[in-house]
Design a protein around this ligand. Sequence first.
Ligand SMILES: [Mg+2]
Length: 380
Amino acid sequence: MKVTAVETFLVEPRWLFLKVNTDEGVTGWGEPVVEGRAETVRAAVHELAELVIGQDPLRVEDLWQVLRRGGFYRGGPVLSSALSGYDHALWDIAGKARGLPVHELLGGPVRDRVRAYSWVGGDRPDGIFEAVARQVSAGFTAVKMNATPEMRPIASPADAHAVLDRAREAREALGQDGDLAIDFHGRVSPAMARRLVRMLEEVQPMFVEEPVLPELPAEVLASVVQASTVPIATGERLYSRWEFKPVLEAGVAVVQPDPSHAGGISELRRIGSLAEIYGASIAPHCPLGPISLAASLQVAFTTPNFLIQEQSAGMHYHGTDPAYLVDMAPVRVVDGWFARPAGPGLGVEVDEDAVRRAAEIGHAWRSPIWRHDDGSFAEW
Ligand SMILES: [Mg+2]
């Protein structure tokens, strides 16, 4: 089998899809995107196509190595996301060519269903009790929320207590059986992160996510880990197993590689194994589209130290959830769980007509630019 062509589709709300065609009629789909830089990744995908076209798509690992290492310069959000999309599509082809779901090729399932959480509260978290209660009545037993809007490097007691109050609201709506993840989103300084995780201990979060910016030295992250008993998670802005080693050494409890950024199914598997050495769990970051989620689920079903799956249904970046699959059931949460996908490859069938129609409109989604009240740049 040979790859004959690649196509990309920029589709709302903020996604980019990749289709890899072969001479035997088997096609693979991937989702290579960095949120807010979709067109940049698209350019990388098309530049890398020369390494894929004419090659045997079933040599998934060899193509992964060539796509990552073949340009001398490697890694980073753009190149790793382009590589991730190819990895999804190649695994999709590998599964379809053999009539098996990808997780069967990766050693078979290690669980019968996959637990999911839902986002609540939006970018500037608000209305938490009602939002969590809605998700609980929809069957979710776990939710994630942003901790805070813009936060000054040293916040006022009122702003710090507002974080705790929102977490208490969520805990009250969830009850003691539910799980609460709190995303600091890199908005919080190390000093405030250390203060806040201690304050949040009483609500027993499942984890606090990205307590500090990913580019800070790992010893800063370690200081937050050591400041409280709250499990610390990070990883949506890390792009390979090499970048996960220092955060695991810092003592994080949960790693969150994104299937569309960290090197695809192949690298998520390896990051999961790396985390296993440290007794840590993997909870893939996944606020993107159905192909990225389908890829993540294939990993979730075959990775022993998997914790919980993020998914973007109802997320604050899109009003209605666009349906780009012929059947959305394989990526839909029912009563808080994903069922094991039975279909070959990624287990989803892309509605190509819907994708082509959406690509005629495209999108220009960008991350918001936030400012502190003195006019200086604030992390979003
Ligand atoms: Mg996050």
